[in-house]
Design a protein around this ligand. Structure first.
Ligand code: TMP
Length: 212
C-alpha cells in the first residue's frame, strides 16, 4: 500500500481556512480518495486539551518556550495517533495547520528563532513533512476585522499587529525557501478565484500520485 499524501493548510488569521478546507475535502471526495481531516494544535482528545491550554486567555503569562513545547507535545501525540497511521493506511491527510505555523508563530511571532524550531521539528517528526502546503494570505487589517466579528478572541488573536507582521514575514520566508512545496494564495480575492487555485494545486498532486 503506497503512503497517502499529506497536505497542510496554513494562513493568516481570518484568511478563510475553514471554508477552503471544506472545498479541498469536496475535491478529494469527487475523486473518491479516502482521507483524514485534522487540525493543529489538536487532532486527538489529548492534543485538543493541549490546544485549549494554548488558546485560552489567562492571567499568568505563558512563556514562549512553554508555548513552543506544548505545541510540539500536542504534535507528537497527533503524529503518532492520527497522521502516521492514516498515511500508512494509504489515506490522504489534510491538516488545518502544522509545523509551518510553529516557525511563524513561535519562531517569529514569539521571537524564539528558527534554530530551536528546526531542532524540535527533527526530534518530533523525523522525516515527516507535508507534500503540499497551501498558504492563504490576507492583509492583516482585513484578517483582523474578520476575526473580530467572530466574537471572543483567543490568546493568539489578542496579539498586536507587530506580532502578526512577524508571523506573515516568516511564512513568506518559508515559501521563498521551499517554493516546490508551497502554494501562496492571495485569499483577499473572490472565493471562486481562490478555490480555482486550490483546485489546480491539489489536482496536480493527485495527477502526480496516480502517475507515480
Ligand atoms: P487556528 O486559527 O487555525 O484555529 O489555529 C489556532 C492558533 O494556534 C492560531 O492562532 C495559530 C496558533 N498556532 C501556533 O501558534 N503554533 C502552531 O504550531 C500551530 C499549529 C498553531
Amino acid at each position: 500500500m503506497p503512503l497517502g499524501k499529506f497536505i497542510t493548510l496554513e494562513g493568516m488569521e481570518g484568511a478563510g481556512k475553514s471554508t477552503n478546507l471544506a472545498y479541498l475535502c469536496s475535491m478529494l471526495d469527487a475523486q473518491g480518495l479516502v482521507y483524514t481531516v485534522t487540525r493543529e494544535p489538536g487532532g486527538t482528545p489529548l492534543a485538543e486539551e493541549i490546544r485549549r491550554l494554548l488558546l485560552a486567555p489567562r492571567e499568568e503569562k505563558m512563556v514562549p518556550l512553554c508555548e513552543l513545547l506544548l505545541v510540539f507535545a500536542a504534535r507528537a501525540q497527533h503524529i503518532e495517533a492520527v497522521i502516521l497511521p492514516a498515511l500508512k493506511r494509504g489515506e490522504w491527510v489534510i491538516s488545518d495547520r502544522f509545523t509551518d505555523a510553529t516557525f511563524a508563530y513561535q519562531g517569529a511571532g514569539r521571537e524564539l528563532g528558527t534554530a530551536r524550531v528546526n531542532e524540535l521539528e527533527q526530534f518530533v517528526q523525523g522525516e515527516l513533512r507535508p507534500d503540499l502546503t497551501l498558504f492563504l494570505d490576507v492583509p492583516l487589517d482585513i484578517g483582523m476585522q474578520r476575526v473580530a466579528k467572530r466574537g471572543e478572541l483567543d490568546r493568539f488573536e489578542r496579539e498586536q499587529s507587530e506580532f502578526f507582521q512577524r508571523v506573515r514575514a516568516a511564512y513568506l520566508a518559508r515559501i521563498e525557501a521551499d517554493p516546490e512545496r508551497f502554494i501562496h494564495i492571495d485569499a483577499s480575492r473572490e472565493l471562486s478565484i481562490v478555490q480555482s487555485e486550490i483546485a489546480k494545486a491539489a489536482g496536480e498532486l493527485m495527477k502526480n500520485t496516480k502517475q507515480a
